[in-house]
Ligand binder design. Structure first.
Ligand code: 13P
Length: 264
């Protein structure tokens, strides 16, 4: 619990196309031991890991066997349940692997795989159908920022993604300005708060007050142990979706332990 309306913060590591299943084992063990050594309280922050598909079964087995309190998620899913969709992965399969979350609409998928708002909405529906919580990614490019400011594109993307979602459903929203991803140039906490508050208003409008109060809105884009505390102080920022810095166990552990450097 934190002061953000009682929402448990979520620190999520999106590994993107990094770490094979053997590297994943070493990483998860190292992260777990680092947090244990630091006497990190597991229930103060939820930790989510989003490995490549080929690592999921291995990581699931390790978390289960060693009772490691991390949640598992996938980086994408098919909009379809099953059938002739070569190369696609069904939400039903992810649910069987004890995935709790699935990332949908990451800017890299929007840019390199032509994922439209309609595809994103269909994938959100598929996630809910299979009992997964969608982590819906939205964010403006540098050109969008120049032309429309920071919030117009993320607000439009989230409105489209939530169009078919039932009132009260569980979603996580990740605000990831495209210009901040992998650039070393994060948004400021003020900028993130401004957009996060507007995204929470979209959630309220689409699926109700109670859902909006419960929904975690994450910030993503060049999050590091040195800047996480500033984001987490903002009332509408409830966690982070971390790329590069989630691949180094010590650094990711320091991000998860941001409460130890609040005020620094
Ligand atoms: P970086 O943390 O590497 O900027 O990536 C952010 C991201 O895209 C997470 O989904």
């Amino acid at each position: 619990m934190n002061e953000n309306g009682g929402r448990t913060p979520l620190i999520a590591g999106n590994w993107k196309m990094n770490l094979d299943h053997l590297q994943a084992v070493a990483f998860v063990q190292k992260l777990h031991w680092t947090l244990k050594d630091a006497k990190h309280e597991a229930d103060s922050v939820e930790v989510g890991l989003f490995p490549p598909f080929t690592d999921l079964r291995t990581v699931q087995t390790l978390l289960d066997a060693d009772k490691i309190p991390f949640e598992l998620g996938a980086q994408d899913l098919s909009a379809h349940d099953s059938g002739a969709y070569t190369g696609e992965v069904s939400g039903a399969f992810l649910a069987k692997l004890a995935c709790r979350y699935v990332i949908i609409g990451h800017s890299e998928r929007r840019a390199y795989h032509d994922e439209t708002d309609e595809v994103v909405a269909a994938k959100v529906a598929a996630a809910h159908k299979h009992g997964l919580v969608p982590v819906i990614c939205v964010g403006e490019t540098a050109e969008d920022l120049e032309a429309h400011g920071s919030s117009a594109v993320p607000v439009a993307q989230l409105t489209a993604a939530l169009a078919g979602v039932a009132a009260g459903a569980e979603v996580v929203v990740a605000y990831e300005p495209v210009w901040a991803i992998g650039s070393g140039q994060a948004a400021t906490p003020d900028q993130a708060q401004d957009v996060a508050a507007k995204l929470r208003a979209v959630v309220r409008e689409a699926i109700g007050d109670e859902a909006a109060a419960r929904t975690r809105v994450l910030y993503g884009g060049s999050v590091k142990s040195s800047n996480i505390a500033g984001f987490m102080r903002e009332p509408d920022v409830d966690g982070a979706l971390v790329g590069g810095a989630s691949l180094v166990p010590e650094e990711f552990a320091a991000i998860i332990r941001y409460q130890n450097h609040v005020g620094v």
